[in-house]
Design a protein around this ligand. Structure first.
Ligand SMILES: [Ca+2]
Length: 426
């Protein structure tokens, strides 16, 4: 996930699209316990117990040796990894990511809140010159950039105060994100070695995302730009650098100028929901199936040949959306459908438009992680394989759900809330 910005929303919306499931953390035996064990037990007294601090020091030496072999300077290593401390707060945050069971409509409403819209409009006005330059260079529209800025850090107000080297060293040293930690640490070394970023600038969210647009170090290294041309890539205090970098990242991820992110549509009553999510068709083909814009308007002249997929995040009763190539580009920023719908909704709201008009089925009760596991286990037991029981409802699970729905006279939209769950569980 080198080019993916992981912890984007962690601080603001609690979704933290790390797409990682909670796993038990392997923690070291605290030193005091270890000592007690040595004193109390004749058996263990013979083996020296290495303290966590000692193991951390050993990890630093090992990492440093490997980095020097790769050509990084020993002085740089001493100044960064060499002075790193274990950050217990980063471990806590990593272990306690809230289980994401908020329904999609709650997420979107929070993303496009009245406060975020008001502030966003004022930022758009205050930085109109910056947006004009950025649009001119990268062709990514200002309302999308503003939405990212607002969702990531509330327009630079909540950027995180973690020492990035401490956090990443902690992850690289122990736990379930060691590869991520190492990979990001090397990117930090690259950033400092190149002189584009100063060591004292390296502060951010607990998992390493930095600045107003929350770039993790690999993304920072590969996509950040010094848009104001002062020789420093400053995503923390320079709006030009931050917004230019976000635009550069989207542009290089394949952003298509002038194309939409998503459009709400209506579908015929007898619509075949088997085409949800996985099937890509042109607007012309969707139109032939009776899919039409929800706002009562017609598609623009050039829209017919655009490819789009159909989503129904809350099933046949809720809003349906055609999502375009730019929807996937925004997923590179954060691999979450809810996140991208949040960006598109806030972006539209900033322009005085309403992205989604059909009411969400707000009386539905969403499934918890345990519910999802029970659902998967039951469907599998009934012969509808979900490809595993992990509590993550992905394409395989939705396919199994749709098959069960078809066999049981329910609209096969792949959507399950508590009422349907109870029926499936029998
Ligand atoms: Ca700069």
């Amino acid at each position: 996930m080198s080019a993916k910005i992981i912890p984007l929303l962690a601080c603001l919306l609690g979704s933290c699209a790390t797409a990682q499931t909670a796993q038990p953390q392997v923690t070291a035996t605290p030193q005091t316990e270890a000592k007690t064990e040595v004193m109390d037990s004749v058996v263990t007294a013979t083996a020296p117990v290495q303290s966590r601090e000692q193991r951390f020091a050993d990890w630093k030496s090992d990492f440093t040796a490997r980095a020097v072999l790769k050509g990084y300077s020993p002085e740089l290593l001493a100044r960064t990894v060499g002075r790193a401390k274990i950050n217990e707060r980063a471990i806590e945050r990593n272990d306690n990511q809230p289980e994401f069971t908020r329904p999609v409509w709650a997420y979107i409403e929070s993303a496009a809140s009245a406060d975020r819209i008001t502030r966003g409009r004022s930022e758009l006005s205050d930085h109109a010159d910056v947006f004009a330059e950025v649009e001119g260079r990268y062709s990514v529209p200002r309302h999308i950039l503003t939405a990212i800025w607002g969702l990531e850090t509330s327009y630079g107000r909540i950027m995180g105060d973690f020492d990035i080297v401490d956090s990443l060293s902690t992850f690289a040293f122990e736990g379930r994100r060691q590869r991520f930690g190492e990979q990001q640490l090397f990117a930090v070394l690259d950033l400092i070695s190149s002189g584009e970023v100063r060591e004292d600038q390296l502060r951010g969210a607990w998992a390493g995302a930095m600045g107003m647009t929350q770039f993790i170090p690999t993304t920072f290294r590969d996509y950040a730009v010094d848009f104001d041309g002062d020789g420093n890539k400053d995503l923390w205090t320079s709006e030009r650098d931050a917004l230019g970098s976000a635009a550069n990242y989207l542009s290089r991820s394949g952003w298509r100028a002038g194309e939409p992110v998503m459009a709400e549509v209506l579908v015929p009553d007898d619509f075949d929901y088997g085409q949800l999510e996985t099937v890509s068709k042109t607007i012309n083909d969707w139109t032939a199936l009776g899919v039409r814009p929800a706002n009562g308007m017609r598609w623009g002249g050039n829209a017919g040949l655009l490819s789009a997929k159909l989503l129904a995040p809350a099933g046949s009763k809720g809003p349906k959306l055609l999502v375009f190539k730019n929807f996937d580009v925004l997923k590179r920023y954060n691999n979450s459908t809810s996140y991208v719908m949040g960006i598109a909704s806030l972006g539209d709201a900033l322009r005085g438009r309403s992205a989604i008009r059909t009411p969400w089925p707000k009386d539905d009760k969403p499934l918890s992680l345990e519910d999802k596991k029970r659902l998967q286990a039951r469907l599998t037991e009934l012969g509808y394989s979900t490809g595993g029981v992990d509590g993550q409802i992905g394409p395989n699970s939705r396919k199994a759900i749709r098959a069960w729905q078809r066999d049981n006279g329910v609209v096969a939209d792949g959507y399950v809330e508590q009422t349907l769950l109870a029926r499936i569980l029998g």
